[in-house]
Ligand binder design. Structure first.
Ligand code: N01
Length: 531
């Protein structure tokens, strides 16, 4: 049994920075519990072939310290999973963080004791910790979604989910591989498997929009420049809605004739990055402008994929561009020109079951050596709910969130005092370049705890009114976007059977969100319940 000031769950970007802030700045007795056997969070688990971040490397890290920023060198435009892990290890070493992290500790329950004002945290090793502050730094995309397809346990070959990829190398040579899922992950894995496997059969339910990443090595001049411009970059990333290094222009798609518009799309297409959506200011706002981007992307797919039937399947979009998370790719569409790649349209030919030998669809049976599920996550709420959290008066978080997550700013939840969530539901989180959001959350939490400690307060908690008001803000913000036009999207919880259907992240953009958070802090958290 151990008594702590603060206990953090998760040793990814957010847990590591939070540990540094609470332990080194506030001098609190702080500990991190981590399920994995090393740090890294999302980047520890997602070690599938082709795993790479699609934010540009020099923006995908901490910016609170010039020294930390400058000492580390990103060598490619987009960092590989292994490189991100190295970066986090570098960060951890700089602040000697590992000494306050306990690995292989899966939290199985957490409970708040009102009289003692303590959280009790239990792990799978039956270790028990008590802490005044509980910080959930468990990541928005950590709880995997392995669909409950009939017969899934029958398969005799190897079956893997991208989000729990084994450490041991998987050999695809001379193998027939089935892959289910074509989101950001699936689009990265497939071209890598296709390079090695005898055959890759890709099972697509809905096509995703994908823009060429155009990864490359950074030149010495690139590296020198991004380091030199640290101050500018840091303030720029704080100004943009998604914490990315691009802004939306003033120009509408209709300020230009079709020929000029397509030239501008072409320029963005050749440039790569997630900034394609910011070619014009109205792509993400109006269906009419959005359709011009969709048409351009469809034409690109038709001009790349030689098999007309495949091109048709890959362009059978059921949502506007950006209504679901757009993806970046390296040779994804080109891959369909390989002889060893087959595309199955699950919309016309759905999976019926998984058998001992492979996947049986309505029309065929596919014999496979391996099945890869790139089927995503129980996003934003899944990893928090798995902590089995009980708040005041025995209130269970899972029950409290049954009809949708309720929180204030995604940071605090009514009835769960002194519990903070980093990048949780109700915050911009997955709609941003995540480290930018994480940094803002960690700093807000640190200042809040400092306020409580300096003023000798016991606890802070969101009121029901504050959480309701915030939910209204999310609902009204999302109306100004195209997100709700997607028939089915994990942003709305559609991918998990039985999950409540509400828009999960805050869609109003980082600058607006930052302003609200700052106001709460500057007014001494007066709309919250402080004891
Ligand atoms: O997961 P997804 P992901 N039968 O949910 C399909 C981040 N990320 O792991 O669209 C058949 O997006 C599903 O089909 P549909 C990023 O934020 C970042 O790819 O629901 N298919 C879809 O095709 C991203 O958005 C990076 O019809 C089923 C796929 O599986 C988020 O993580 C890299 C199915 C799931 O796509 C999640 O991405 C990777 C079923 N039963 C991820 N169930 C980078 O930074 C689901 N699908 C680069």
């Amino acid at each position: 049994m151990k008594y702590l000031d603060a206990l953090i769950i998760g040793a990814g970007f957010s847990g590591l920075y939070q540990l540094h802030c609470l332990r080194d700045k506030l001098k609190l007795n702080t500990l991190v519990l981590e399920e994995g056997d090393d740090l890294g969070g999302t980047w520890y688990w997602n070690r599938y072939p082709g795993a790479r971040c699609d934010s540009e490397s020099f923006t995908y890290g901490f910016t609170f310290s010039k020294k930390i920023f400058k000492k580390w060198t990103w060598k490619e435009r987009y960092p590989k999973q292994k490189v991100i892990l190295k970066y986090l290890k570098y960060f951890s070493k700089e602040y000697n963080l590992k000494k306050n992290i306990v690995f292989k500790q899966k939290v199985i329950s957490t409970q708040y004791f009102e009289k003692e004002n303590l959280w009790k945290i239990k792990t799978n090793n039956m270790k028990i910790y008590f802490a005044k502050y509980l910080i959930c730094a468990v990541g928005s995309l950590s709880s995997i979604n392995l669909p409950a397809i009939k017969g899934i346990n029958q398969f005799k070959g190897q079956l893997h989910h991208s989000g729990r990829w084994p450490k041991k190398n998987i050999n695809f040579k001379n193998k027939i591989v089935g892959q289910v899922g074509t989101g950001s992950t699936g689009i990265q894995i497939a071209p890598e498997i296709a390079k090695k496997a005898k055959k890759l059969i890709l099972f697509q339910r809905s096509p995703n929009f994908s823009i060429p990443a155009r990864n490359r090595k950074l030149s010495n001049t690139n590296i020198k420049n991004y380091k030199k411009n640290f101050n500018k970059l840091r303030s720029f990333l704080k100004r943009t809605p998604g914490g990315h290094p691009f802004e939306f222009p003033k120009k509408s798609a209709f300020d230009f004739d079709e020929a000029k518009r397509n030239l501008m799309y072409e320029k963005s297409w050749q440039y790569g990055t997630l900034s394609f959506r910011a070619t014009f200011n109205d792509i993400v706002k109006t269906i009419k402008a959005n359709k011009t981007a969709v048409k351009f992307i469809e034409n690109k797919i038709y001009s790349t994929v030689k098999n007309r039937e495949y091109a048709k399947i890959l362009t059978s979009f059921d949502h506007p561009f950006t209504a679901k998370r757009p993806t970046l790719n390296t040779n994804y569409y080109e891959m369909f020109n390989k002889k060893n790649v087959e595309l199955v349209n699950l919309k016309e030919n759905p999976i019926v079951k998984i058998t001992k030998k492979g996947i049986k669809t309505k029309k065929n049976e596919y014999t496979l050596d391996k099945i890869i599920f790139a089927t995503g996550f129980d996003a934003l709420t899944g990893s928090i709910e798995k902590l089995n959290i009980t708040g005041k008066k025995g209130i269970k978080l899972t029950k409290y969130w049954k009809s949708g997550p309720k929180s204030f700013l995604g940071l605090l939840v009514p009835n769960f005092p002194n519990m903070f969530i980093i990048s949780g539901p109700g915050s911009p989180s997955v709609l941003t370049n995540v480290p930018v959001q994480i940094e803002q959350h960690v700093e807000w939490i640190t200042k809040c705890i400092k306020f409580l400690e300096n003023n000798k307060r016991q606890s802070i908690e969101s009121t029901n009114e504050a959480a309701k008001k915030w939910q209204k803000e999310i609902t009204s913000s999302v109306k100004k976007t195209l997100f709700m036009k997607a028939k089915s999207s994990w942003y709305k919880g559609d991918n998990i059977p039985g999950k409540s259907k509400s828009f999960l992240p805050y869609p109003g953009g980082m600058p607006k969100y930052r302003k609200v958070c700052l106001k709460v802090e500057k007014t001494n958290y007066k709309e919250l319940k402080i004891i």
